[in-house]
Design a protein around this ligand. Structure first.
Ligand code: ARG
Length: 644
């Protein structure tokens, strides 16, 4: 389903209905806002304060037994009264309401519980009518929520960013998963999202690779599997480099020893120079120099490697439901941009000479922790950091973004802090303030069953195989799955992604093939199973899904049914909260709460065998749960399956 399109529809519908009373209140998009509005107004009357003061202080709760909304009375800052007494007084005076029960007093806290009716009707008819769009809020991304004509805010999300001819390691996998999720999240919140892949595609190693290709390369293999082939070539040529280094190292040691004894070393030095000059390392340096000097032939080969690699990456990303708007990379940063950045730095006194190199000395600018960083080497060449400094300015000029996120492993915390600090110090404080580093911890022991992984494809293949084995065990079900290999692939990918999103981003975790593919516990397969089960239920009910919105929701009186609706009502708030935490686990743990509640409901709220109107109402409930589960899974970047 097309996320952006559904958001578009909803933004248009809603902006004509923006509530003017409270900022950020969108009752037509978020059912809980109806309750917030109502409670705020009642409390305003009772406590004789401005309802707008109450509104933002109504908090969501972590568990339903704490109510649907809670208010810490001291937060109202009514100094004339004791908060506990005031809480009691508010509860006593709270009028009969169609929407909520009398607030429950718990110390200085008030807990508000929504009434079963009309909540069930409001929530279920919305979910069933809005479908994919339920929970999204296009107003969040508007430059000015009161004037949609001013357009959307723009965000660049830079993620994945692997290095050509090197393994796609766990850090890149995490960046891909988290970045894909953030792109979906900002999209459903109405932002204009630009997904950018900043490839490691420049540097001396491409000179090495080009020369290596002349010795070890093979056109056929390159076209067939560029990523693996280039990596093979890279490994082989590096072996040569290491071999060549040995005699040079030995000679250098001899020179050092002789020098200590004040002996003549000129012959040895000449020998070293000869060896160095003929070495692959030096040839690579020269080749890369010719690339830097725009030599067409040198660039043509490099460009082929790059294009073929991108093609292959695209296929792998497609398996993960991800596509990029821009393939940028270190190679794309213009020399002028780096020069401009350097001039800015000089003017601002951020750059200084040090032994012929140019460095940024953060210690002099009140940022001791950032130390010093080389900006330009002695030989005049730029570095990884230098390119990022140029790139940030280019992106600002080209895209005029409101926000830019770098999704990069926490190993590069220092690098990004230095980048942002330099940007800030060299006259671009505002630009720096629009940028954010979203970091994450490490994955330990990522390996396939055959050994250590080098490429993402290997790991996805292996996990897919494992899921295929599991599926085969249930012959009847297996025979009903239309495309079992593809389904197994999706389940495998879900396993990897859910494991990755289970903790906070910053936590490290152990890559565990058995645990992630298990149906026990809060795993990817379990989540997919919950979705597939709801699909199967719909099929078996033989009801017309288009008629479900007109079911009689008043028949859903059981606690299980009402609780499920209370949970479904939270989804728009969960998304808003996720936009604050920027953590996939915020969505994931909500979805698992729902699947747990669902599995305890099946025995109590049976569909098959119930009276026709009860059957219809319950099916509407389950269909709504399926929709919200589906919406949540898609924000996470998962492809929900119908059967498995
Ligand atoms: N290619 C880099 C690596 O693999 C990650 C790039 C991160 N982005 C950036 N703008 N520096 O380590």
């Amino acid at each position: 389903a097309d996320l952006p399109a559904s958001v578009e529809a909803l933004t248009l519908q809603s902006t004509s209905n923006v509530s003017s009373k409270f900022p950020g209140c969108f009752p037509t998009l978020n059912p809980v806002d109806i309750y917030r509005e109502h409670i705020s107004e009642e409390l305003g009357k009772i406590a004789e304060i401005d309802p707008a003061k109450v509104y933002p202080r109504l908090q969501w709760t972590n568990t339903l037994d704490k109510g649907d909304l809670a208010l810490a009375v001291p937060a109202l800052q009514i100094k004339t009264k004791n908060p506990k007494e005031l809480a009691q007084e508010i509860s006593d005076k709270f009028p009969d309401s169609e929407l909520v029960h009398k607030p429950v007093v718990s110390g200085p806290q008030l807990m508000f519980f929504f009434k079963g009716q009309p909540l069930t009707k409001t929530v279920l008819s919305r979910v069933l009518n809005e479908k994919e769009a339920y929970g999204t809020n296009g107003n969040q991304g508007l430059k000015d929520p009161s004037d949609p004509s001013k357009g959307k805010k723009k965000i660049i999300i830079e993620f994945s960013s692997p290095n050509i001819a090197k393994p796609f390691h766990a850090g890149h996998l995490r960046s891909t998963i988290i970045g894909g999720f953030l792109a979906n999240l900002y999209t459903v919140m109405g932002w204009e999202v630009i997904k950018m892949n900043y490839l490691g595609d420049w540097g001396k190693q491409y000179g090495l690779l080009a020369n290596g290709f002349k010795y070890f390369g093979n056109e056929e293999a390159l076209n067939k599997d560029p990523i693996n082939h280039l990596f093979d070539v890279y490994v082989q040529i590096n072996k040569v480099v290491h071999k060549e280094e040995e005699p040079i190292k030995e000679l250098k040691e001899q020179i050092k020893a002789k020098k200590e004894k004040n002996e003549d070393v000129s012959a040895l030095e000449a020998e070293v120079a000869k060896l160095v000059d003929a070495s692959e390392d030096e040839k690579a340096r020269r080749y890369f120099k010719s690339m830097e000097d725009q030599d067409p032939e040198a660039l043509a080969l490099w460009r082929r490697f790059r294009d073929l690699s991108i093609n292959k990456y695209k296929q792998t990303y497609a398996r993960l439901n991800i596509d990029f708007d821009v393939y940028s990379g270190e190679s794309q940063v213009k020399a002028e941009s780096m020069a401009k950045a350097y001039n800015n730095m000089k003017e601002a006194g951020v750059a200084e000479d040090s032994d012929g190199a140019i460095i940024a000395n953060f210690e002099k600018h009140g940022a001791k922790k950032l130390g010093k960083a080389v900006i330009i080497r002695k030989d005049g060449t730029p570095l990884y950091l230098t390119r990022d400094i140029g790139a940030i300015l280019e992106r600002d000029e080209e895209y005029h973004f409101d926000k830019m996120i770098y999704v990069v492993a926490s190993q590069q915390d220092l690098h990004l802090a230095q980048l942002f600090k330099i940007t800030e110090l060299s006259g671009h404080k505002d630009l720096a303030s629009r940028c954010q580093h979203i970091n994450f911890g490490m994955v330990q022991g990522m390996s396939t069953r055959k050994g250590t992984v080098k490429f993402l494809d290997d790991i996805l293949h292996d996990v897919g195989d494992k899921m295929h084995e599991v599926m085969r065990k249930n012959e009847v079900k297996y025979s009903q799955v239309e495309n079992p290999v593809q389904t197994a692939d999706i389940l495998g990918i879900t396993s990897v992604m859910v494991q990755d999103m289970t903790g906070k981003r910053i936590n490290n975790y152990e890559f565990n093939l058995d645990a992630m593919t298990s149906f026990e516990g809060d795993t990817g397969p379990y989540l997919q199973y919950a979705h597939a089960r709801l699909c199967s239920m719909t099929r078996k009910s033989e009801l017309n899904v288009d008629e479900l919105p007109s079911a009689n929701f008043d028949l859903l009186t059981e606690k299980h049914a009402v609780d499920l609706c209370r949970l479904l009502a939270q989804w728009p708030d969960v998304l808003i909260n996720t936009a604050k935490t920027q953590e996939p686990v915020t969505v994931l743990s909500y979805l698992f709460r729902m699947t747990h509640m669902l599995s305890s409901s099946y025995d109590v709220l049976k569909v098959i065998g119930s009276e026709p109107d009860v059957k219809m109402a319950r099916m509407a409930l389950y269909a709504s749960a399926r929709q919200v589960l589906n919406n949540g899974m898609r924000v996470l970047g998962l492809k929900p399956v119908q059967r498995m």
